[in-house]
Design a protein around this ligand. Structure first.
Ligand code: NDP
Length: 402
């Protein structure tokens, strides 16, 4: 029987555990492990109440390869789903290689002391995974994840060649707090305050964070939002795997209150990752800030509104210019009703479960390190429809984007 370990018991881990538990035929045995085991136990209790399934729990320090090896050796999993933090990607991949375990994650590696997320560290594992006959699937969340699949699906079915890509991530949800983040605050703030990079004419162009903004009206009456251009990791892999792309940009919506707080916190140094001495102790301001902010996993009951995340792809089909927009709209409260979670953890956790399902069932099984868009998008897209994130396609929409 193929066993799975989920590492990380935060907002995303909660959803992944629930979605995997819904599919006993694919995930017959689940172990949820994290730094704080009590969080795993709480999730396991809820899974038992909701689905009558027992999932095991364990404590693990995923920064420590030997601790991971001990866990893998005891449980003997077929694969591990990494929904801890990006800092743990490489230690978990090392433990997978040592113990012959397949690997999946949702965010690329980022060193703790440098806010620079890049695939180069994980791509460097390609030969070792290949030689070990193991698969590592990178970026199986929503963005990256579903957005890579939307792009691959568009390229496969609607174009001969794709030329321009705009990934547009709108969160129209309101949790009622003046400032909170929908996933791990430290990772979120590091991502949002990073310099913007977008792809144009065969290279990345750097511009100041949040310096490009436009208004975007979502379909299906989700609303009109200000979206800001920022760097997001899937731009790196998609421009590599689709070399016909001449331009690729990522846009995300932010409310005025979020941006105002972020600016002030940045101005006073609270978003810095450099340690400062306080009462004789070293503290990292952004880590202290995380302690003060609402836990993203607690936002579920109070978040109302919808997410609308999609890809606008332009290119050529049969010699003619064409445009396609592929997207998903998800209601935060529907997510809460189903798995007691807000929509951002849900939209991440469902594609995570689907990526793992593809690997567990052998639909996607190839040794090496792969970004998700290198896999066939069709079975994944069919499962999005099946497991809670149905997608829509609009051909030649009349959006006017920069
Ligand atoms: P949370 O902070 O809510 O959860 C992270 C979990 O990882 C916590 O349970 C934490 O333990 C655990 N953890 C942290 N360090 C370690 C360690 N050294 N050993 C073991 N466990 C550890 O984050 P989220 O659930 O919001 O996000 C999880 C991941 O998903 C992140 O990597 C994030 O970047 C990614 N993500 C991806 C998205 C996508 O669309 N691709 C979107 C949103 C998130 P403890 O409880 O003790 O702190």
């Amino acid at each position: 029987m193929k066993k799975i370990i989920i590492i990380g018991a935060g907002g995303v881990g909660h959803v992944v555990a629930h979605k995997c538990a819904q599919l006993a035929e694919v995930f017959p045995e689940i172990l949820l492990a994290s730094r704080t085991e009590s969080k795993c136990v709480d999730i396991a209790k809820h899974v038992l109440q909701q689905y009558g399934r027992t999932i095991k729990t364990a404590q693990v320090d995923a920064d420590d390869v030997s601790d991971l090896v001990r866990l893998f050796d005891n449980y003997k999993p077929f694969m591990v789903i990494n929904v801890a933090l990006p800092y743990q990607d490489l230690t978990i991949m090392d433990a997978c290689l040592e113990m012959g375990v397949h690997y999946l994650d949702t965010a690329n590696y980022e060193p703790l002391d440098t806010a620079k997320f890049e695939y180069k560290w994980q791509w460097a594992y390609q030969e070792r995974f290949k030689q070990a006959g193991l698969m590592a699937l990178l970026g199986s969340g929503f963005d990256p994840g579903a957005t890579n699949m939307f792009t691959a699906f568009a390229a496969k079915h609607y174009f001969d060649e794709i030329h321009e890509l705009d990934i547009i991530d709108v969160n129209g949800g309101d949790h009622g707090y003046p400032f909170a983040t929908n996933f791990n605050p430290e990772i979120n703030i590091r991502e949002v305050t990073a310099e913007c990079r977008h792809w144009e004419n065969d290279k990345f162009i750097t511009t100041p964070a949040m310096s490009e903004m436009q208004s975007f009206t979502c379909p299906d009456e989700v609303g009109t939002y200000n979206i800001y251009r920022m760097y997001h990791e899937e731009l790196e892999s998609l421009t590599k795997h689709y070399p016909s792309l001449k331009k690729a940009q990522f846009w995300m919506s932010f409310g005025d209150s979020y941006l105002k707080h972020l600016e002030i916190l940045g101005n006073v140094g609270m978003t810095s990752i450099e340690p400062v001495k306080f009462n004789g102790q070293d503290i990292v301001p952004i880590q202290f800030l995380k302690q003060l902010l609402p836990d993203p996993a607690s936002l579920g009951p109070r978040t109302h509104g919808k997410t609308c995340i999609g890809c606008l792809v332009r290119g050529i089909k049969d010699g003619k210019k064409t445009t396609v927009y592929i997207y998903n709209v998800k209601d935060h409260q529907d997510c809460y009703k189903e798995v007691k979670s807000q929509g951002i953890s849900y939209t991440t956790g469902v594609p995570t479960m689907i990526g793992a399902k593809m690997m567990m069932t052998g639909v996607w099984q190839q040794p090496g390190v792969w970004n998700i868009e290198q896999m066939d998008p069709d079975p994944f897209m069919a499962d999005l429809n099946e497991y809670g994130l149905p997608f829509q396609v609009i051909e030649n929409p009349d959006f006017k984007l920069i």
